[in-house]
Structure formats: C-alpha cells, structure tokens
Write a protein that binds this ligand. Structure first.
Ligand code: ZN
Length: 162
C-alpha cells in the first residue's frame, strides 16, 4: 500500500506516458495500475490475474498493461526463486533507496544508505548526470534463513537499517 499523494503521482506519470506514446488511457489500464498500488509487495502476476478475472479483464490485457507499466518505469520486474517476469514491485517509492527482496518468500524491505548516494554522486560517469538510482539486493530474510536451518548471528537484525 502506498500513500494517496504517491499514488496520484504514479497515475499522472502513467497518463503522461500513454499520452506521449499516443495510447489511450483506458479505465482498464488505470484499474490494473490500481491493483499494483493495492497489492502488498511483491506484486505477483497471479494476484493481478485473480483480481482482473473478477472484473472480466482478460489475461492478455494484463500482460500488455504490465509491459507498459514496466516501460513507463512505474513497476520493475523482480526475481523470486530465480523466476523473472512473474513478480513486480513499484519503482517510484524506491528511488535513492536500496530494496532488499527475499527470493524465497518475497518479503520486501528498504533502506536508505547515504554513503551509497555520496559514492554514486562522487563519480562523473562520463558526464552523465545522475537523476536517481535504484538498487535491489536479493537474498534470504531472517525467517527464511531460520527455516532453512541457517544460524542467525545477532548484530544484523532488523535494527541495522535504522
Ligand atoms: Zn523470506
């Protein structure tokens, strides 16, 4: 779930993208975007399909709209258990933040690390002007590591993000 003002920004971003590409802003396309903002991350294709089915939106329309949303930089494909293309997360809320995704259960967490930002800004990148960055870190969360029988050392608890 995201805040109302963030959602409005995303809707406007999508409308602008459709207009720029001479595509119609249909209620169905907006509805699928709506699903993406309602579903707790990760946004799984099957969850989108389930919601869409109830509203008689066909699978092809979901595929097409997802591709548009990825292209418009509103959602990004994420990898879960080595499978790409089936899971997504909103990109806008992770700008200049790093996202941690558990590839086993799909749990998503975020952290902001100013040293990463400083480091990126200190580079020149061939005169490229950085507008923002996104970082996605994949691995296993604490709960999954316990289930997998791994030993958890304290000191790298959820508090490390503060
Ligand atoms: Zn997990």
């Amino acid at each position: 779930m995201i805040k109302a003002n963030e959602k409005n920004k995303i809707v406007e971003q999508f409308k602008a993208y459709l207009k720029a590409h001479n595509m119609r802003c249909t209620p169905t396309r907006l509805r699928i975007l709506d699903f993406c903002t309602i579903i707790n991350p990760p946004i799984l294709f099957k969850d989108l399909a389930e919601r869409a089915k109830k509203e008689r939106i066909c699978t092809q329309t979901i595929y097409d709209t997802i591709n548009l949303l990825v292209d418009a930089d509103i959602i990004q494909r994420i990898t879960l258990q080595g499978k790409i293309k089936e899971a997504y997360s909103l990109t806008t809320d992770t700008r200049n933040k790093a996202k941690i995704i558990c590839t086993r259960c799909g749990r998503v967490a975020e952290f902001k690390d100013l040293t990463i930002t400083d480091r990126l800004l200190s580079h020149r990148y061939n005169n490229f002007n950085m507008a923002y960055y996104t970082i996605t870190v994949y691995g296993h969360c604490k709960v999954c590591r316990k289930l997998l029988g791994e030993t958890i050392k304290d000191g790298w608890s959820d508090d490390h993000r503060k």
